[in-house]
Design a protein around this ligand. Structure first.
Ligand SMILES: Cc1ncc(COP(=O)(O)O)c(C=O)c1O
Length: 448
């Protein structure tokens, strides 16, 4: 393979230790992607596949967007890097203004990070910095939730709630983190949209306040819809209750909108979709259409003001940041995404196509090996019946679907479907047809 041609099959697969991958399985039967355009991917066998999960939920505006490529190329020629500490460039300020037009309430202060994990880590640090700035340094606890995914650095892993992600690293996780129960109840069967029952699960936070002292809790972090564990849609009233309890105990509420942000629900953010405003919000993925890494933390103005005003003039107010915080190449991609959102009226487009997707998704209900389906907007989760032992069905089914010509993400026994926002009805039909073919082929092999 030449040094510049990344579409060829490499001579060796051994040196690359792949993330969140069964390396043994992959290296025996590789799945290499050689190209991507619009809603389609091409693999190294020359097969075209439809992208059923917008990459890792990060390419919702379509693959190979010329506007983004051109903006990035132009930026690299004009200014390839500028250090983000004590220095800046116009683009990152313009982007902050444009992002803040979409954020709910007065979450108008924008901090750049590298990815979703670093956005969550930053939100954790900002929470602590805010309470300290207000003279309240005893708040050290964070509350997360079971079945949450917030990323993979120590902070994000600690507040997350996926057992396999924490088992190996338990000894180094943050102390003082508590978890609420997840919001999926046994009666939540084949529901498209928000379940009617389960709002009272938010009272777990009140209970933790009673047991550990609300005055010791800095922040509570949730994904409005838990994405990576299979689209767990919040019960009606659940997020409002969390907001009330946080207000009562002066706990900051953080919404992790790394998946739900930028239109996945049909609103800019799930916050607006569900009418609940957090104090801090994280985003990443779709911010740049996933083509270059970027994370964002949006904070209420009073959080920024408290931290900034607490420091003497001339001093660094927040001892936190990254070499790649809001660098030109990420900003250029994100600005191009902002243009696409405006020009193509993306949020309304999602609102229009989402019911068609939801209807199609739930037609898969009749397949024998399908245990449950959930969905909201352009997100869906399909639970497969357990195969031999829990956690095996998702990956096996993913492989069968890949052969059937559809790509998506599987977690445990769940298939996570998140079509691109640019999908037309014919693409949704293709996604559903290929899912059916793949799931049936998986199920046939089970019986043989
Ligand atoms: C809700 C949520 N938060 C954080 C992350 C971590 O993002 P990243 O992989 O960019 O670090 C993810 C990734 O899927 C996510 O879904």
């Amino acid at each position: 393979m030449s040094t510049s041609d990344t579409s060829k099959i490499p001579n060796s697969l051994q040196e690359h230790w792949m993330p969140f991958t069964s390396n043994k399985d992959f290296k025996e039967n590789p799945r290499l992607i050689t190209g991507a355009k619009g809603v389609y991917l091409t693999n190294h066998k020359g097969k075209t596949m439809i992208d059923g999960s917008s990459g890792l939920f990060c390419n919702p505006f379509g693959h190979g967007r010329k506007e983004i490529t051109e903006a990035v190329a132009k930026q690299l020629e004009q200014l390839d890097y500028c250090q983000p500490f004590q220095q800046g460039f116009g683009g990152s300020f313009e982007l902050a203004t444009r992002i803040s037009r979409h954020t709910p309430g007065n979450l108008n202060r924008i901090f750049y990070t590298i990815c979703g994990s670093t956005a969550v880590e930053t939100a954790i640090k900002i929470s602590i910095a805010y309470h300290r700035a207000k003279g309240d340094s005893k708040r050290f606890r964070f509350v997360g939730r079971e079945r949450a995914y917030h990323g993979m650095n120590i902070g994000a892993t600690s507040v997350g709630g996926m057992v396999n992600n924490v088992k190996t690293f338990a000894s180094v996780l943050m102390p003082g983190v508590l978890h609420m129960r997840h919001t999926h109840l046994p009666e939540h069967k084949f529901i498209s949209g928000q379940p009617d029952t389960g709002a009272e699960l938010a009272n777990d936070l009140e209970r933790l306040c009673a047991n550990f002292g609300g005055e010791n809790i800095a922040a509570c972090i949730v994904e409005p819809i838990a994405g990576s564990t299979g689209t767990l849609v919040p019960p009606k009233g659940y997020l409002n209750k969390l907001r009330e309890i946080c207000d009562k105990h002066e706990i900051l509420l953080i919404f992790d909108e790394v998946i739900t942000g930028w239109g996945r629900t049909g609103s800019a953010f799930a916050s607006q979709e569900y009418g609940v405003t957090p104090d801090i919000m994280t985003m990443a993925k779709a911010t740049t259409n996933g083509v270059v890494p970027m994370g964002v933390v949006a904070c209420k103005e009073e959080i920024y003001d408290a931290v900034i005003d607490a420091a003497p003039k001339g001093a660094v107010e927040l001892f936190h940041g990254y070499t790649y915080s809001g660098i030109p190449v990420s900003v250029a991609a994100a600005l191009a995404v902002q243009d696409i959102i405006e020009k193509e009226d993306i949020f309304n487009r999602v609102k229009e196509i989402a019911p068609y997707f939801q209807k199609g998704l739930f037609t898969l209900k009749d397949i024998d090996v399908v245990e449950n389906i959930r969905g909201y907007g352009m997100m869906g989760g399909i639970d497969m019946k357990t195969n031999v032992k829990p956690g095996k069905a998702g990956f096996e089914c993913f492989k069968a679907c890949y052969e059937a010509g559809i790509n998506f993400k599987a977690t445990g026994d769940c298939l996570i479907i998140a079509p691109q926002f640019i999908c037309e009805k014919k693409h949704i039909d293709e996604i559903i047809d290929k899912l059916r073919t793949g799931i049936l082929s998986y199920s046939k092999n089970l019986k043989n």
